[in-house]
Design a protein around this ligand. Structure first.
Ligand code: FAD
Length: 469
């Protein structure tokens, strides 16, 4: 055992420094889609030298301080559900800091409607804890079974009910984090303030490249009294996007608005629609009179735009199966199918063009692609996202997988950048989006590099993730 490992043991105890190959292998990867294909055809992970499991903020502080002194790369590891290799080890000298032991429920404040917990708490456990008191988080990523609260903050996550409740930046009230030199900083819990730049945002989306988040406080909501839901058939994605735009500009905030193209509809909703149609799903919740009033506005706009009601059933189907993807990932890779999801966002001027051009180009330019679909699932008054879903059958080897994967990503990123859209709506940057990140930020990229230098002058924090190393 080298000196560093002995010093780590002195901080977190013998049981807190894990050297077993199986654990290092498990924590060397996340759910980066390319690897889910490649690891069935000979790809091997680079293992970190150790997985360290601190139990307190103080231990995190000492671990970071030690690694910083020795210039050892540190990879913060949450639930491992990231899809862009953000937590993937690419340097065998790295130490993975597994945050799953920082999982205490610290406080549920039923007056201020906020809950505080350790960053390693799984969101599903936090949801269960607040539900037991008659509240809900309002934040429901499809990875709810896997993701931790700290990971959700670190990746600027969003959830399936975001159109009504907002994304993680709207929920996050305050946090505690540890900087690479071991300093512990806290951004206090207040509803809003005008005391300089909002420091929460230095950590939201920092992806372990600046600091380790150790505690978070997020908003909670009363469980809604009523739900209004309705599905509509429409002819094209362009028409559906325009209906969503019209709904959003009325100022109402339905919890869920989803628009799926035919490829995504055929299996779950095919019985409710004609071939090649698209499906719009609306879900409003809250007090009875509010849910009904929102429903009446939606219905009026949808019908004025030739949408045909398909009843509530498609919403029930979506709700029951909304998180199924997580179970299927492993199956696809084993079957030689390369699957991935890529999310971009734009304002209403361009979003339909982006959808159409991207789909057209991917089919035309990448023959291995067997399906490429899209949906809009997070809407705003000024725009929405498109979440593309890919399925391809490359030759079954590591390089072929990568070349098909790169070809599709190149197209999606290029189209988004050409239109001035964002290349990433909610999965973060990880390592996968780094090649495009300078163009994403343009003239403000110097601020990202300045922040990195300020937080992490020795460059030990998650090298290669979020920005160029
Ligand atoms: C099936 C599936 C569905 C998904 N659905 C959604 C969705 O609906 N919405 C969505 O936003 N995302 C979704 N994701 C992506 C993923 O779940 C999110 O990015 C999630 O926020 C990652 O959290 P995690 O705890 O698993 O983090 P990890 O994957 O462990 O880490 C992600 C990044 O954050 C860093 N990190 C983790 N914890 C900390 C910490 N405490 N302090 C500092 N840095 C940290 C890591 O170093 C890494 O760079 C999905 C993923 C899958 C596999």
């Amino acid at each position: 055992m080298n000196e560093l490992l002995k010093a780590l043991e002195a901080i977190v105890g013998q049981e807190g420094v894990v050297l077993e190959t199986s654990v290092r292998a498990q924590k060397a990867v996340d759910l980066f889609a390319l690897r889910l294909f490649q690891r069935h055809v000979g790809w091997e992970a680079t293992l970190p030298q150790a997985v360290v499991r601190p139990k307190t903020t103080e231990e995190v502080s000492k671990v970071l301080c030690l690694c910083n002194e020795h210039g050892v790369p540190v990879i913060p590891y949450g639930g491992g559900s990231g899809v862009l290799a953000g937590a993937e080890t690419r340097d065998e000298t790295a130490v993975v800091v597994d945050l799953s032991s920082l999982n205490d429920l610290i406080d549920i404040d039923e007056v201020a409607l906020q809950v505080t917990c350790g960053a390693g708490m799984l969101i599903r456990n936090l949801e269960a804890a607040v539900q037991a008191k008659g509240f809900k988080l309002g934040h429901y990523p499809q990875s709810i079974e896997l993701a931790q609260m700290g990971g959700l903050v670190a990746t600027r996550s969003t959830g399936q009910f975001s159109t009504g409740y907002g994304s993680i930046e709207d929920f996050l009230v305050g946090l505690e984090a540890v900087l690479p030199d071991g300093s512990v900083v806290r951004v206090k819990n207040v509803p809003r303030r005008a005391t300089g730049p909002d420091l929460r945002h230095l950590f939201l989306g920092s992806e372990g490249a600046f600091a380790i988040i150790t505690e978070v406080t997020v908003k909670i909501f009363p469980i809604p009294e009523a739900v209004w839901k309705q599905a509509y058939r429409i002819s094209t994605m362009r028409q559906g996007l325009d209906i969503i735009r019209q709904v959003m500009r009325t100022g109402i905030k339905p919890a869920v608005i989803r628009l799926h193209d035919w490829l995504e509809c055929e299996k779950p909703f095919g019985a409710f629609m004609e071939e090649n149609e698209c499906m719009l799903l609306f879900w409003s919740e809250g007090r009875q009179e509010i849910a009904e009033a929102e429903g009446a506005i939606i219905d009026e706009i949808a019908k004025a735009n030739d949408a045909i009601s398909a009843g509530e059933k498609p919403l029930d189907i979506w709700y029951v199966h909304r998180n199924d993807a997580a179970d299927d990932y492993e199956k696809y890779g084993a079957a030689g199918l390369l699957v991935d999801t890529i999310e971009v966002a734009s304002d209403w001027n361009d979003i339909a063009d982006i959808y159409e051009e991207t789909v057209e180009r991917v089919y035309h330019e990448v023959p291995e692609v067997v399906f490429f679909s899209g949906h809009s699932s997070h809407s705003y008054i000024n725009g929405t996202n498109i979440y593309f879903q890919l399925g391809a059958f490359p030759e079954r080897d590591v390089d072929s997988g990568k070349s098909v994967y790169d070809a599709v990503w190149d197209i999606v990123m290029e189209v988004a950048l050409e239109y001035g859209a964002t290349i990433g709506h909610h999965h973060g940057v990880g390592k996968q989006r780094v090649p495009w990140i300078k163009r994403e930020h343009g003239s403000s990229y110097i601020l990202m590099t300045a922040l990195k230098r300020m937080f992490d002058p020795k460059g030990i924090m998650n090298p290669g993730t979020l920005l160029e190393h």
